[in-house]
Design a binder for this molecule. Structure first.
Ligand code: PRX
Length: 570
């Protein structure tokens, strides 16, 4: 079937100028080139009016605020780049961070970029197994972490990682190296297409994937943060995403610093009362958060919210999971502001669909394609993914439901999955990038999220690949086979649940069930299953693959007939 061409009417006007305008507002390296860290810090540090402004305000475990000015952050990250030189790190080498939002994380992340190396962030709540897989997958040669995380997460797998040449431990050791480092090391001259960021993500099948982005992505970070979040230099900005994930880097570090705002970060885990205190005491003006957190605040009721002065807040925005209309209504009533939804993915590198900060919110809808982005809804095949026939997809116009596709050409689109060209190619068809999300578009061009078209699980905003969890469980000597799905949860959207078939002769006892849960927690950390059911067998396709959709339908008590339209449990 021939593909229709999408008219420019579905993207907003002035689309073609958006990226060029944002690029003009960036500095570029002296003498040519583009480097994210230069735009984020050194540009401001060179400006006498901006140098002394607070770039970071980080609340430590006791709640004490540690501040770093743009000038200090620039100096320290330059020294970090020089430390990497001494370790033999070259342009393009992958350097991973396994850190929470501590000052060292920001220094390391920006230093890695200044050195022309590739920043590969790891979530610090991962267990040893996901960390091992990702370090191997990314060919990471240097890791920056804390002594505590090293002992807990890295030491057990260190010998299995011969390619990991150095581990830099933050604390006195790193401080000593920084003090002795070259304070005048120039930023490595990188071009927009040079690799900068390696973000790990998950698919339905196979190992995790490593999406590679270039320094040019900063153009999209700046444009989208300004036009959709409404981010301004005078903002006190709090992005609650962990810096071990793509949101925490792109919109938690890069975008706000490029704009020249003050970034607030909290190193302590989520707590309702404390989050309100942070909003209140730090006088946060722009808050980029996630539906899970908002649902947890909502569950606590309005009283706690009313104890705090939230009058500094100008905008609340959300990302990463479906934003229930009820949460938007609650926020409006209780916090005095609606929640502006934004949609994007690791691969897109920046926000693609959104309700901009200056637009009226429609509860339950994400919004529209952002300026500069052309989106389409594609007809689905029986497997739920876009139907591709003879290399062609079918674009549906007007009000429609189908797989969301985006026309490549924006500056933060991933360059590909590192070392996996086949999986990269599989993301594109007929001139479109296929997102794997099913959406519904209203007659007037507003998009709503319907479901994932594949089996990945979103739990508390984190993407979990069922294959990774199944593979880990199947390494346990008692396990013959495992099938992993997301089951509905009112707070986290979905929880990871495993269905496990035991090896012949192994008794399905409660002790074994508990042992398997503990094993999962130890090996996988944050992505471990929260529930495990021991079952006699699993449903399979004719080719022998576990039918996760059928498991999910059974779990939800849904009819097992048409699985292509099975909506997300969330
Ligand atoms: O299914 C969509 C969901 O999160 C996926 C992307 O996850 P990840 O690659 O981890 O990216 C994190 C950066 C956002 C999407 O394919 N998702 C993201 N935003 C929304 C969403 N689902 C519903 N509503 C959203 N606003």
């Amino acid at each position: 079937m021939a593909s229709d061409t999408l008219t420019a009417a579905s993207a907003r006007p002035h689309a073609e100028n958006v990226w060029a305008a944002a690029r003009r507002d960036l500095d570029g390296l002296p003498g040519g080139g583009l480097n994210i860290a230069h735009e984020a810090v050194d540009r401001h540090a060179a400006d006498p009016l901006q140098r002394g402004r607070t770039a970071l305000r980080i609340l430590d475990r006791t709640g004490t605020a540690h501040e770093l000015t743009y000038g200090e952050l620039a100096r320290r990250s330059t020294r970090f780049a020089s430390v990497l030189d001494r370790l033999g790190v070259w342009r393009g080498d992958r350097v991973a961070t396994l850190l929470g939002p501590d000052p060292d994380l920001y220094v390391a992340a920006l230093g890695i970029l200044k050195a022309g190396a590739v920043l590969a962030p790891l979530f610090n709540a991962f267990g040893p197994e996901p960390v091992r897989t990702r370090i191997e997958l990314g060919g990471v040669s240097v890791l920056v972490t804390t002594p505590e995380l090293y002992r807990r997460t890295v030491e057990p797998i260190r010998e299995e990682l011969p390619g990991l040449r150095h581990v830099l431990l933050v604390g006195p050791l790193l401080d000593g190296l920084l003090d002795a480092a070259d304070p005048d090391r120039p930023i490595t001259r990188t071009a927009p297409d040079d690799a900068a960021l390696l973000h790990f993500t998950s698919g339905t099948t196979g190992a995790p994937k490593a999406a590679l982005h270039g320094h040019g992505a900063v153009v999209a970070h700046l444009a989208t943060a300004r036009s959709l979040l409404g981010l301004r230099p005078d903002d006190v900005y709090w992005c609650t995403a962990d810096p071990g994930w793509v949101t925490g880097v792109s919109y938690g570090i890069v975008a706000p610093l490029v704009v020249g705002a003050t970034v607030v970060a909290d190193t302590r885990p989520f707590d309702v009362r404390r989050w309100y205190r942070v909003l209140d005491e730090q006088r946060v003006t722009l808050w980029y958060t996630a539906p899970t957190a908002l649902r947890m605040l909502m569950a606590r009721g309005a009283e706690e919210a009313h104890r705090h002065d939230l009058s500094a807040l100008r905008t609340i925005a959300s990302v990463g999971e479906p934003l229930n209309g009820a949460v938007v209504e609650w926020a409006l009533q209780t916090l005095g502001l609606p929640v502006h939804d934004t949609w994007w993915q690791t691969e897109t590198g920046a926000i693609m669909l959104a309700t901009a900060a200056d637009e009226e919110v429609r509860p339950g809808a994400i919004g529209r394609p952002v300026p500069g982005i052309e989106a389409a809804v594609l007809a689905q095949g029986p497997d739920g993914r876009a139907r591709v026939e003879n290399g062609h997809v079918t674009v549906i116009h007007g009000s429609a439901q189908g797989e969301l596709a985006l026309r490549p050409g924006w500056p933060s689109l991933f360059h590909g999955y590192f070392g996996d060209p086949d999986r990269t190619v599989a993301c594109f068809a007929d001139g479109w990038y296929l997102t794997g999300d099913v959406v519904r578009r209203d007659r007037d061009g507003w998009y709503r999220f319907v479901a994932r078209a594949d089996d990945v699980i979103k739990t508390a905003g984190h993407l979990v690949g069922p294959f990774e969890v199944e593979s880990c469980l199947m390494r346990h000597p008692a396990v013959a086979e495992a099938g992993v799905i997301g089951v509905p949860d009112p707070a986290a959207g979905a929880l990871v649940k495993a269905f496990v078939v035991l090896r012949a002769g192994v008794e399905p006892t409660e002790e074994l069930q508990a042992e398997l849960l503990g094993y999962g927690r130890r090996e996988l950390g944050a992505v471990a299953p929260r529930a495990i059911a021991l079952v006699p067998d699993l449903p399979h396709t004719r080719s022998g693959k576990v039918m996760r959709r059928l498991l999910r339908a059974r779990e939800l008590g849904l009819p097992e007939g048409d699985l292509s339209t099975l909506e997300n449990p969330s």
